[in-house]
Design a protein around this ligand. Structure first.
Ligand code: ARG
Length: 746
């Protein structure tokens, strides 16, 4: 007993020193990471990952849309893999009660059967560090405003200069809280098609109950194909287009993963806040996170009430529900993690150490002495308006009708200022029409009527009265505070909630009709409140915060020049490396680094829609028909854990072995380390990935779409024994868990 305990403790301590924190910029790998990566089992070089003169691994990495997810090319003919939850919105948009691809899955057996995805993808071409160019034009005595203006000006000039390069688009990115600046050049392809997606019972197995948690038995993947014009260049979707030929596609390895194996992930992490100060943590815990959780839960309850009643509604609201729900649970887990891991106290301690170092030297004191005061002042300002701001975003803008009204603001201004300019009015009408088409596609007015009433009721009850939009006065006076009656009146009369009424209005747009519309009045009140009052009020602390954070990060780096620093995630391509790793989630517990198909059958519960196992899958798994995809012991590995550093936006990222071969697709983080976006927890933080062999099994054996596996480059390689220097945890074999009793969704 004692031996096991000390072994585990030793392993944890060891993991601590092997922490794989860091979302690294690709153009700095040579300097910062290559040597350590190779020590951990990486067989290639930094140039193999990022090279601007010849093809490299980065050329196989896909950015979905503006970076809502990531993907990786797996064939020479444009095929890429990403997560099921990344393709969810596209699949939902293609689904109807008759063709319910969410429930049944979809597999194109021929190229002609592939379906339009409705999003574009981009490939990173090059990164330029322009820090010196920018800094040489800034001076320390500039006000924040002047500094921002200057940076904006320089950014525009740099982008304009680059746009001369044929067909590339350039983005300017600020890193290290205003201390470094980079350009990212992309090539964007607009014709993307859905190739295959498993049923949600596989792709979303475990639903909200298992979301953000291990052990996970989800086949969270789907596949798309990129097309180009006949010349191989980006083109609008057209039947004459041809499959894209990527500069690199990843071979797929079926050799499987072992504890301690090298693993790296490349993709587009969206945002982290690792430099957040202790005051920032407190503000989040006290105001932002609980407000988000409360409002989201109320919205989800209403969605579910209607989704449970009607199959068409279930499809229409599936994607909206999934996105509200995903971050509902995230904020619960994040708050819990921040408290449990004492993140505020740890940050405070770091700040004290930093200030002791700053104050020990007169030059440093002159340069950085005010940083904590600046941060304090900024947060003091922001705290006054934080809750109102969250309610504005989550509650007021949570009404779909109100949001459509906000999209009509341009038209209203046109009608108010220059209704005679027919061309401009028509253009404004067209923009409203596009927003409306998007809304009607998946709109159930009965849901939105209830949601609208509930969102404004909560806003009214929870936020100080003088921070509320003026529409509240209308509800108090004209509707005697009856939010249901107010919302009912909107949904009975407004052009925002009914297609026929809106069509009639857009055919003959009139300012008078708009001004008298109860729904539009609500939208106008909200947008005015936000633009003229709340937005500026929230931003009042920004100047101090920007200055405080810029100084803090500069001081931290100066205090620790030997440390390797990486910037916060900001939807730019990053690489994280580490190892396949089990973990100890809490006292007396041990989580293995893999889970297998046996767990799918353990969790199976066909009375609970989160844990349904399709009959065909059940039969195959019951007979253990794993084919070529079983591991050495004859099991089918479903998901695995690694200590890589990822966040939202990384979803769909490829997980690669030391040879740069695909071994899995990352799709989640773990419950015990949900505070990870603010503070990385080396002992606890894990990435959850679907094992590539389960992906191939699902495509080939379950779906009978083996032609897609044949299109990939599948390599089998004998496994090497893990290197001696890599510690292997000897786990106590965990007791087989009893069949879990999953709670009903939500
Ligand atoms: N938590 C995952 C992420 O943010 C998404 C998982 C989607 N699955 C689900 N059951 N909602 O990347």
């Amino acid at each position: 007993m004692k031996r096991t305990l000390s072994l585990l403790t030793a392993a944890i301590l060891f993991l601590g020193t092997q922490a794989h924190e860091g979302m690294w910029l690709l153009n700095k790998l040579k300097q910062i990471n290559e040597a350590e990566m190779q020590k951990l089992g990486f067989k290639l070089t930094a140039e193999d990952i990022y090279d601007i003169n010849k093809s490299s691994l980065k050329d196989g990495i896909v950015r979905l849309g503006g970076g809502f997810c990531s993907g990786e090319m797996v064939s020479a003919e444009g095929l890429f893999l990403t997560n099921h939850h990344c393709g969810y919105d596209a699949v939902q948009g293609l689904s109807s009660v008759e063709h319910d691809y969410l429930t049944d899955g979809f597999w194109a057996m021929t190229r002609e059967q592939e379906l339009p995805a409705g999003f574009s993808v981009s490939f990173l071409q090059r990164i330029d560090d322009v820090t010196e160019k920018v800094n040489s034009q800034l001076t320390p005595d500039m006000s924040e405003e002047a500094r921002d203006a200057k940076i904006g000006e320089i950014a525009q000039a740099l982008i304009a200069e680059s746009s001369k390069e044929n067909g590339l688009s350039t983005e300017f990115k600020v890193m290290f809280e205003g201390n470094e600046f980079y350009l990212f050049h992309y090539k964007t392809y607009r014709d993307v098609r859905l190739v295959g997606v498993p049923p949600s019972a596989i792709g979303k197995f475990g639903g909200d109950t298992d979301n953000w948690m291990w052990p996970r038995h989800t086949g969270d993947f789907c596949m798309f194909r990129v097309y180009t014009g006949a010349d191989g260049e980006p083109a609008d979707p057209a039947s004459t287009n041809i499959p894209f030929k990527p500069k690199h596609h990843f071979p797929v390895s079926t050799a499987g993963v072992k504890e301690g194996d090298f693993a790296m992930i490349m993709g587009y992490p969206g945002s982290t806040d690792r430099f957040l100060s202790s005051h920032g943590v407190r503000l989040g815990l006290e105001q932002e996170f609980p407000s988000r959780v409360k409002v989201r839960r109320a919205k989800l309850d209403l969605y579910e009430e209607f989704m449970d009643k009607d199959p068409a509604t279930r499809i229409k609201y599936a994607s909206k529900h999934a996105s509200v729900s995903n971050y509902w649970k995230y904020f619960i887990g994040q708050s819990r993690g921040l408290k449990r891991l004492h993140v505020e106290e740890k940050k405070k301690q770091q700040e004290n150490e930093l200030m002791a170092w700053v104050n020990a030297d007169a030059t440093r004191k002159a340069k950085y002495g005010n940083l904590i005061t600046d941060l304090d002042n900024g947060y003091k300002e922001r705290a006054k308006f934080e809750k109102a701001n969250v309610y504005m975003q989550e509650a007021a803008f949570g009404s779909e009708a109100v949001m459509l009204g906000i999209r009509m603001f341009g038209l209203k201004n046109q009608l108010a200022t220059d209704p005679k300019d027919a061309a401009k009015v028509a253009a404004a009408v067209a923009r409203v029409q596009a927003a409306a088409d998007e809304l009607w596609k998946d709109y159930v007015p009965a849901i939105d009527q209830k949601v609208t009433a509930e969102m404004f009721r909560m806003f009214h009850a929870d936020v100080e009265r003088d921070l509320q939009p003026s529409v509240m006065a209308t509800i108090e006076k004209k509707f005697k505070g009856d939010f249901d009656a107010w919302s009912a009146a909107i949904f009975k009369t407004s052009i925002l909630t009914n297609k026929a009424r809106l069509d009639a209005f857009l055919a003959k747009p009139s300012l008078k009709v708009l001004e008298k519309d109860l729904g539009f009045q609500a939208s106008e009140s909200c947008i005015n409140h936000y633009r003229n009052f709340l937005g500026p009020a929230v931003a009042a602390g920004d100047e101090d915060l920007a200055k405080g954070y810029r100084s803090m990060v500069a001081a931290m780096r100066e205090m620790n020049p030997g440390k390797s620093w990486y910037p916060n995630a900001n939807s730019t391509m990053r690489l994280t490396y580490g190892q396949v790793r089990s973990y100890v989630p809490g006292d007396g517990m041990f989580y293995k680094h893999i889970c297998t198909a046996a767990g799918i059958l353990e969790k199976e519960d066909n009375t609970n829609d989160e844990f349904i196992v399709p009959k065909r899958q059940h039969d195959l798994l019951a007979k253990k028909e794993y084919g070529a995809y079983a591991d050495e012991s004859g099991e089918l590995v479903v998901c695995f854990l690694s200590n890589n550093d990822i966040t939202g936006g990384n979803s769909g990222s490829g997980v690669f072995n030391g040879n740069g071969e695909l071994i899995g697709i990352a799709f989640d983080g773990n419950w015990e380390a949900m505070s990870g976006d603010i503070a990385f927890e080396p002992e606890l933080q894990r990435t959850i990935s679907v094992d590539i062999r389960y992906v191939l099994w699902t495509i080939d054996t379950f779906a009978g779409a083996g032609h897609l596996v044949k299109e990939m480059t599948v390599v089998e390689r004998k496994k090497e024994e893990p290197k001696a220097e890599v510690p292997v945890i000897v786990p106590v074999e965990p007791v087989k868990p009893a069949k879990p009793v999953p709670s009903k969704k939500g």
